[in-house]
Design a protein around this ligand. Structure first.
Ligand SMILES: [Fe+2]
Length: 218
C-alpha cells in the first residue's frame, strides 16, 4: 500500500480501550476486600503487574518504532509528535510509582498500602487518558496519512512481541473481551494463524476461567 493512501489504523484505539479501563478496574478490585487472603493478594498483584507490563510494552514499541518512523515521514509535524512522545515520561513516572505501591501491598497486604496502590492506579489512569486522547486525535490521523501499512503494522508487531509468553491468553482476553465481533475478528486477523488457533482452542476457555477468578472472588 502506498504512503499516500489511507491505511487501517483502528487497532490503536482498540488497544487503548483496554488500557483506558484496566487501571480503574484494578483499583476497584484491590479495594474490594478489606482482608484478602494471601493467595488473593498474589493473584491480584500479578494481574496489576501484567497491566503495567502491557502498557510499558505498548509505549516502548511507540518509542522504538512509531515516533522515529513518524518523525522521518512527517518532519513538519515534529513539534506535535515530540510533545505527545514526551508524555510517555509522565506516564512512565506514574507506572513507576504504581509499581512501588504494588510491591508494598504485595509484601504487606496492609490497609494503608492498599489505599496507596489504589490511589496510584487512579493517578496513572488520569495521566494516561489524556495521553491516549492526544495520541488518538493527533498522532493516529497523521500516521494514517503518512505511514505505509507495513510501517504501521510494525508497531503492533513489536508490541505483541513484548507480551510475556506465559500471559498471552490473559493479555488476549483483556484485549478482545470488550470488542464487537467485527473488531475482535479484525484484531485476530493480525496475529499468526497458529496463535489464533491456540486462542480459539485453549485461550478463550483459559481467559474465561481467569476472568471469573478476577471479578467474582468472594
Ligand atoms: Fe498507543
Amino acid at each position: 500500500m502506498s504512503a499516500e493512501s489511507a491505511i487501517e489504523v483502528r487497532d490503536m484505539a482498540i488497544v487503548h480501550r483496554t488500557f483506558r479501563a484496566a487501571y480503574e478496574e484494578s483499583a476497584c478490585l484491590v479495594e474490594a476486600e478489606v482482608t484478602p487472603s494471601e493467595e488473593r493478594v498474589t493473584f491480584l498483584a500479578d494481574h496489576v503487574e501484567l497491566g503495567l507490563t502491557l502498557l510499558h510494552g505498548h509505549h516502548h514499541s511507540e518509542d522504538e518504532v512509531l515516533w522515529p518512523t513518524l518523525l522521518a515521514r512527517a518532519p513538519d509535524e515534529a513539534a506535535m509528535i515530540q510533545r505527545v512522545a514526551d508524555q510517555h515520561q509522565e506516564v512512565a513516572a506514574a507506572i513507576e510509582r504504581t509499581e512501588q505501591a504494588l510491591g508494598a501491598w504485595r509484601a504487606t497486604s496492609g490497609a494503608a498500602e492498599r489505599e496507596v496502590l489504589a490511589g496510584s492506579l487512579r493517578e496513572l489512569n488520569v495521566v494516561l487518558q489524556a495521553h491516549l486522547d492526544d495520541e488518538e486525535s493527533l498522532v493516529v490521523p497523521l500516521a494514517a496519512r503518512t505511514l505505509t501499512q507495513e510501517e504501521w503494522n510494525a508497531v503492533g508487531e513489536h508490541s505483541r512481541g513484548s507480551i510475556p509468553k506465559d500471559k498471552l491468553f490473559i493479555a488476549f482476553g483483556m484485549l478482545l473481551e470488550p470488542l464487537s465481533d467485527a473488531d475482535r475478528t479484525y484484531m485476530l486477523s493480525e496475529v499468526p494463524m497458529p496463535v489464533k488457533l491456540l486462542w480459539k482452542t485453549l485461550g478463550v476457555r483459559s481467559w474465561r476461567k481467569y476472568a471469573i477468578r478476577l471479578r467474582d472472588a468472594p
